[in-house]
Design a protein around this ligand. Structure first.
Ligand code: GDP
Length: 316
């Protein structure tokens, strides 16, 4: 990394901003560009920016992401935007002779009923989870595009498959967020009102593998520095919890004695997506946060920033 110019696409998002924080301790120059100066949907603009700035490496952390309901409601946005943005960045990087690129997939792009824990080679072995297949198809295409560039041109374009991420900078808009920020916001509302009815979508039985975004960023930078294989690499803690257990933990972190009310009119999504992280762990990498301490750190961030008014809350 020494002296290298690393472009982080999507630096305002939760993952991109964590990667920028993590790269600050590397001896490299971090390049970012704001959305009003460069729209990643604009192919000519991205080609021009890449040619003008000539990064040595690119981390592709820009993506349209959202929770289970947003994915279901806005299929065009999730499929179209992701396809276009990722193709623009990957192709422009290649045209500008970028030697290294890291693309991010997600554990939700594995088949819905993949054997657990999910190994890297389970990709494309079965039908997808219908609530997020739009996002999954786009991400699979991105992953395959990196692999195709590797095969055809021998460039070092790699992919990582992060677990469900949470942490500072997350989206706390209840309509579009993932489960951790949603439950934090709801628990916080109970803490303020003195109520105790914590509404949890679905049955509470699905299991999810949660990774703090700073741990994710640490693993991603590690891969950027050390990994050059043609398979994507799973990135997670290798442990999962039920949504009911998560809800109890979040309530406890917020200091709320909660009674959980399951709203079974909302979807459960895939029953389980625990990844096999033996490839990553074999390198010696381990996460620093246990789920409880990661939730505490994130809730503290939320309290601090909600006060300042710079948390993404969406419409009331
Ligand atoms: P997923 O991993 O793609 O399903 O993404 P989510 O983080 O949106 O949802 C994970 C699980 O948490 C699903 O089973 C949801 O039904 C459940 N869940 C429970 N309460 C909530 C909530 O308030 N918001 C969201 N997004 N999910 C919730």
């Amino acid at each position: 990394m020494k002296g290298k110019r690393v472009f982080v696409a999507g630096h305002r998002g939760m993952v991109g901003s964590a990667i920028v924080r993590r790269l600050a301790s590397e001896d490299c120059e971090v390049l970012t560009v704001s959305r009003d100066r460069l729209d990643l949907l604009d192919q000519a603009g991205v080609r021009r920016w890449m040619a003008d700035n000539k990064p040595d490496a690119v981390v592709m952390a820009a993506a349209k992401v959202g929770g289970i309901l947003a994915n279901d409601r806005f299929p065009v946005d999730f499929l179209q935007e992701n396809l276009v943005v990722q193709s623009n960045v990957i192709e422009s990087a290649f045209r500008s002779e970028v030697g290294k690129l890291l693309f991010l997939g997600s554990s939700c792009i594995y088949p819905k009923l993949a054997p657990q824990p999910i190994r890297e080679d389970a990709l494309l072995t079965g039908p997808l989870e219908p609530t997020n297949e739009w996002y999954a198809i786009a991400k699979i295409a991105g992953l395959k595009l990196c692999q195709a560039y590797q095969r055809q041109y021998g460039v070092d374009y790699i992919s990582a498959m992060p677990a469900n991420l949470y942490g500072p900078g997350d989206n706390f808009d209840l309509q579009s967020s993932h489960v951790v920020p949603a439950l934090m916001r709801k628990a916080h509302a109970l803490a303020l009102s003195g109520g105790n009815n914590l509404e949890v979508w679905g049955s509470g039985t699905p299991r999810r593998e949660f990774l703090h975004v700073d741990d994710a960023a640490d693993a991603l930078v590690w891969l950027l520095k050390n990994y050059a294989g043609d398979s994507h690499v799973n990135v997670g803690p290798g442990e999962d919890v039920t949504i009911a257990e998560l809800a109890q933990a979040v309530a406890s972190v917020a200091g709320v004695e909660a009674t959980i009310a399951f709203d079974t009119t909302k979807p459960d999504g895939t029953p389980r997506k625990l990844m096999d992280v033996s490839q990553l762990f074999a390198t010696g990498w381990r996460p620093r946060y246990a789920l409880r301490s990661g939730l505490e750190q994130t809730y503290a961030w939320f309290l601090q920033h909600v006060e300042k008014g710079d948390v993404r809350l969406g419409a009331a």
